[in-house]
Design a protein around this ligand. Structure first.
Ligand code: GLV
Ligand code: MG
Length: 326
């Protein structure tokens, strides 16, 4: 069985908890994950009713196989504890993860972990089942990202929040996820993305890229998503139904890469076995493969399997000596 923490999250759909029409509509969309928002997509005056909408939508909706998360407000606000208590007591059995925004330190994750444990215990839920998704959206969070990723076994993902991050470092741009005008010597987000990805991988967590807010510019979305996908990110937020298909495609491997990865795994398993001659480095077509190739292939094959891909080109082991002799 696929581990809970590594469920596919190619597309993570943001759904404002104050909008009952979106809460209904999101259920039928082909995103891998939804997160029902209590934070920045909900106005302060609507926070309390949004909690109720979310509990209702989780308890009565048909979310299929989608991962269901709720984004609570960050610990510097006055809403966080009630967000968690109301939503988890009200619909904890229907919830996979709580997303914590603007995380600044490992302690903030630990605080959420402890609160979740108390609610799970009180309600008779399985303790530890609900995961945590940590958003990195400010300099302090980025500096502490390693400790944040290691802070609790509940942590499943580390998420880059470009909009808040851009604001918090005073980046001179208003277009979320796009390069700031005037910076013409590379990718202004490379360090941040790589830092998050490295921390996530060091602790076996998923790395998720945040929103691209020009929702009518699908080409722009594809370009920006393609960059984090190429680095190794597992998925990206989607704010609009049109972005979902793009994310599902971009964060899954190409069919030829998927087939190739599965073939490397099969061929390597065969050639390193006794029947295959117990070899180390071997030729697969024109390519030499070894243990490092197996590890790389394992990553691509894993992403393809998670995306439900099927092989179209299957490598076959040469006939064994015994069957050749018969
Ligand atoms: C998302 O929360 C962001 O700030 O980009
Ligand atoms: Mg944010």
């Amino acid at each position: 069985m696929r581990s809970k923490a590594h469920r596919p999250r190619r597309s993570c759909l943001a759904v404002p908890g104050s909008n009952t029409r979106f809460l209904e509509k999101a259920q039928g969309l082909p995103a891998d994950q939804v997160f029902l928002d209590l934070e920045d997509a909900v106005s302060p005056l609507a926070k309390e009713s949004a909690r109720k909408n979310i509990v209702h939508a989780l308890n009565t909706g048909d979310w299929g196989t989608k991962i269901r998360a709720v984004r609570v407000n960050d610990w510097t606000t006055r809403w966080t504890y009630r967000d968690v208590i109301e939503v988890v007591e009200g619909a904890g059995q229907e919830l996979d993860c709580v997303m914590l925004p603007k995380v600044q330190s490992a302690d903030q994750v630990v605080a959420l972990d402890l609160l979740l444990t108390q609610i799970e215990t009180t309600m008779g839920y399985e303790v530890g089942r609900i995961g945590i998704e940590a958003q990195i959206e400010n300099p302090r969070g980025l500096i502490n990202v390693d400790a944040i990723a290691a802070s609790s076994p509940r942590v499943e993902t580390i998420i880059f929040g470009p909009a808040d991050f851009m604001a918090s470092i005073n980046m001179r741009s208003l277009v979320v996820g796009e390069q700031p005008p005037g910076y013409d010597v590379g990718d202004a987000y490379h360090y941040t993305l790589m830092r998050i990805l490295t921390a996530a991988r060091a602790h076996d967590k998923q790395a998720i890229d945040g929103p691209y807010v020009q929702v009518r510019d699908l080409e722009g979305y594809r370009r920006v998503a393609g960059r984090s996908a190429a680095l190794g990110f597992d998925g990206k937020w989607v704010l609009h139904p049109d972005q979902i298909e793009a994310a599902n495609q971009i964060f899954a491997p190409a069919q030829s890469d998927y087939d190739h990865a599965e073939n490397i795994l099969d061929a390597y398993a065969y050639y390193t076995s006794e029947t295959g001659g117990a070899k180390g480095a071997v030729m697969l077509g024109d390519e030499m493969i070894d243990e490092a190739s197996r590890k790389m292939a394992h990553v691509i094959a894993g992403k393809g399997r998670a995306a439900g891909m099927t092989r179209q080109d299957v490598w076959r082991a040469p006939l064994s000596r015994q069957s050749q002799e018969n």
